[in-house]
Design a protein around this ligand. Sequence first.
Ligand code: 5GP
Ligand code: ZN
Length: 135
Amino acid sequence: MDNCLFCKIIKGEIPSAKVYENGKILAFLDINPVNPGHTLVIPKTHYANLVETPEDVLDEMIRAVKKIASAILQATGAEGFNLGVNNGKPAGQLILHTHFHIMPRRAGDGLKHWPGKPYREGEMAEVAEKIRGEL
Ligand code: 5GP
Ligand code: ZN
């Protein structure tokens, strides 16, 4: 994809701080990290988002996540990590090239989980039924 920032990073047209690479996957530091070591894991082939990414590519991505996350914890001394996907613009996806965020975490680092809100009476069963109907 000519106008894709991550494709340009893959081609080396834009510099990046690479941490891992194999035949199918590239991982590099996010330029605007929630904590130092925040890493983006992307396939070397362009897919717009997670849903459009073939299963075999997702397998490779999650295997890379497991390997790289352990290295990030060792290297940064972080005590845990969040694995994030923003799928689609309403969910905050800015770069339309599928990617996982690995975000190293420490107790008391100030990052907050997303807020939850309760279902109204009967809504939970209704929503679950609708989703099951689509599967
Ligand atoms: P999204 O919101 O699409 O899930 O996340 C895109 C991420 O890409 C953001 O966290 C942003 O900081 C990161 N990013 C945007 N431009 C660049 C860049 O030029 N280089 C690197 N390394 N990361 C970038
Ligand atoms: Zn791309």
